[in-house]
Design a protein around this ligand. Structure first.
Ligand code: CA
Length: 379
């Protein structure tokens, strides 16, 4: 059995309404997905997290290493791609290209062996996970707080048990927004905050202490991902758990976060940090230090399903008779590509999402949707 084809697609969709967070404005969805096909005509799908056109170029770079190879040997293929890119990009977007290929190879392997990816990864420690709604971004509005309150209540009505909101406009504005959202959702819904590294250490300490009273599940990316020592110090200054890692790559990058005692919750992005193969290695590193993982998830149903299988396979720490439920990030911002690309559609029942039991990632990709959203390549 051999890989015969690696096809990349850049999908794009202009948003009717732009929204923003502490770093920049979103006016377009732009996503790179990859399809890998064997000589027997079986295909697997993957997706990269980050600048789609650059990810596509990175996949083109490693494609000659894949053609003619056995797709079942996905770890050796991972290593070959890693060696090819190591000298030029030990961290960053080429890791996202490798991630996309790695996810596609796992999907392919599952289809070839007729098993769900999480079973092939070693088994399912759990059959369902708790999605938390990622939303509550900023928008140009005369009354942003009222808009956030309405959106937060919608998530509760939809059955979410947890929501995550953006902060990072300013400490004083954030405090008002967090108070309003907590009051809107009541005390039974978990609430997390994410500043996308908007703050200095001093500001992050000030905000943390001011919102501790609102029972915050975690404070995500409080400070710059470059300042490991600031992460460490912040943890000693607040009772709110600190989360981060979506800008980190490969086991070596995550080792730095872990060795510096930066986080309580590690947020590996499977489609950016090195794929399912590398995410599993990173989970072993985290496990040796007793650090929880809640993966960062952004993109289409391909990325979401990769995360479902990864979380199903995560070893519980600590083990006990009634382990706590685990979270999955569920982006609820407007994204027509995400909503239409894969089937079956994601279903939340009583606040839970079931782990897929079909072979591979457990999804079908609609190639008509691929054609409809296919974009001209910008570079
Ligand atoms: Ca985030």
């Amino acid at each position: 059995m051999k890989i015969t084809k690696v096809e990349t697609f850049v999908l794009s969709n202009q948003l009717k309404e732009t929204f923003f967070f502490s770093q920049w404005t979103y006016s377009e969805r732009r996503i790179c997905v990859v399809k890998i096909t064997t000589d027997e005509g079986v295909s697997g799908w993957g997706e990269g997290y980050g600048p789609a056109d650059v990810i596509k170029a990175g996949i083109n770079l490693v494609t000659p290493l894949l053609i003619g190879e056995n797709p079942l040997e996905n770890e050796t293929l991972w290593h070959t791609m890693y060696r090819k890119t190591l000298d030029f990009a030990r961290r960053g977007v080429l890791a996202a290209s490798i991630s996309a290929v790695d996810v596609a190879l796992w999907d392919l392997k599952g289809k070839l062996l007729n098993q769900p990816v999480s079973v092939l990864m070693g088994g399912q420690h759990r059959k369902r996970v708790v999605p938390y709604a990622t939303g509550l971004y900023f928008s140009e509005s005369d009354n942003l707080i009222a808009k956030l309150v309405t959106e937060a209540k919608t998530y509760v009505e939809q059955g979410f048990k947890a929501v995550k909101m953006k902060v990072g406009l300013s400490v004083s504005q954030d405090i008002k927004m967090v108070k309003a959202v907590r009051e809107a959702i009541g005390n039974d819904i978990a609430l997390m905050i994410d500043s996308n590294h908007a703050y200095s250490l001093r500001e992050a300490i000030e905000l943390s202490r001011a919102v501790e009273r609102y029972d915050i599940g975690w404070f995500e990316e409080p400070v710059s991902p470059e300042y490991y020592h600031h992460y460490k110090e912040l943890r000693t200054k607040t009772t709110i758990p600190i989360a981060g890692g979506e800008c980190e790559y490969l086991r070596y990058g995550f080792q730095t976060l872990l060795e510096n005692d930066c986080v309580d919750i590690l947020q590996v992005d499977i489609c950016g940090a090195g794929g399912l193969s590398e995410a599993k290695r990173i989970s072993t590193l985290a496990n040796t230090r007793g650090i929880e993982i809640v993966p960062h998830v952004w993109g289409t149903g391909i990325a979401f399903h990769a995360a479902l299988h990864f979380i199903a396979n995560l070893e519980p720490i600590p083990g006990r008779l009634y382990p706590p439920d685990m979270y999955i990030e569920y982006d609820r911002t407007k994204n027509d590509i995400r909503e239409s690309l894969t089937s079956p559609s994601i279903e939340m029942k009583n606040g839970f999402i079931d782990i897929p039991q079909r072979p591979g990632l457990g999804i079908d990709v609609d190639e008509e949707v691929i054609r409809n959203f296919s974009s001209e390549i910008l570079i």
